[in-house]
Design a protein around this ligand. Structure first.
Ligand code: GTS
Length: 258
């Protein structure tokens, strides 16, 4: 198993910090992000070490963790990643410990979660990305479940029917995208629900990025979704993540098809 961790050096008095990515295997590290801090503070020995609150264990693919990573980056949260090789997974020891025998696995302190959508909901609740009342939360659930329906079709195409079914899938895609277009267009805010970003927005954004790779023109007839993807991509922390080497180097799917 390849292990890499994110560690940050925190300066409590002005909330400044330096983020390091540490490769445990090679004992190397590099600075991912810095926030300004004065020389006075640096020399005052008031540094404290803190570990990332969240850990994800998953294969070296974007797959079902990409939406979660986008959300955490946008919410200024750090994430420790344990990458599992397919060889390691094949041994079966880790699989036995997973509730559904599958990854990703997500840890938030003592809380251990499986199912990527449960992880998104948990983070939505914790970081104010689950609507401002029950009515909005219900609509956010509805939209995210719609994203899951399309994601399952996409996964089926990628892993089972890529050669034979790609043309038909792309032909039918507009039927699915039109539902998200219509719902979002009614809501004028640029988000799916309410006037604030939610976990469903991150989930939809991630899936739309995958579909743009599958078919670069798929959003051309959907102005609201096209603008949504452009706006989301331009959010500074999302942009930084999408442009980072660590993120870019991960294939979208485990079989190399996209
Ligand atoms: N519904 C689950 C979720 O959303 O987390 C699906 C998880 C899943 O399908 N995991 C796959 C897996 O563990 C990997 S991936 O499809 O997400 O890339 N496969 C290995 C196995 O042994 O099933």
């Amino acid at each position: 198993m390849t292990r890499s961790s994110v560690v940050y050096l925190k300066l409590p008095e002005d909330n400044a910090y330096i983020v390091f990515a540490v490769n445990m295997s090679s004992c190397t590290h590099y600075v991912m992000q810095t926030r300004s801090c004065s020389e006075k503070t640096k020399s005052s020995s008031r540094f404290s070490w803190a570990v990332s609150p969240y850990t994800i264990t998953y294969f070296a693919v974007k797959g079902r963790c990409s939406a979660l990573k986008i959300m955490l980056a946008d919410q200024s949260q750090t994430l420790k990643e344990n990458l599992v090789t397919f060889d390691e997974w094949g041994k079966g020891d880790l699989k036995k410990t997973c509730v559904y025998g599958q990854l990703p696995k997500f840890e938030d302190g003592d809380l251990v979660l499986f199912q990527s959508n449960a992880m998104l909901r948990h983070l939505g609740r914790k970081h104010g990305a689950y609507g401002k009342n029950d009515h909005e939360a219900a609509h956010i659930d509805m939209m995210s479940d719609g994203v899951e329906d399309l994601r399952l079709k996409y996964i089926k195409l990628i892993y089972q029917e890529y050669e034979t079914g790609k043309e038909a899938y792309i032909k039918d895609l507009a039927n699915h995208l039109s539902k998200f277009e219509a719902f979002m267009a009614k809501n004028k805010s640029g988000f799916l629900v309410g006037d604030k970003i939610s976990f469903a927005d991150y989930n939809l954004f991630d899936l739309l990025l995958n579909h743009k790779v599958l078919c670069s023109t798929c959003l051309d007839t959907f102005p609201t979704l096209k603008k949504f993807v452009d706006t989301m991509s331009a959010r500074p922390k999302i942009k930084a993540l999408l442009e980072s080497d660590d993120f870019k180097k991960l294939p979208i799917n485990g079989n190399g098809k996209q």
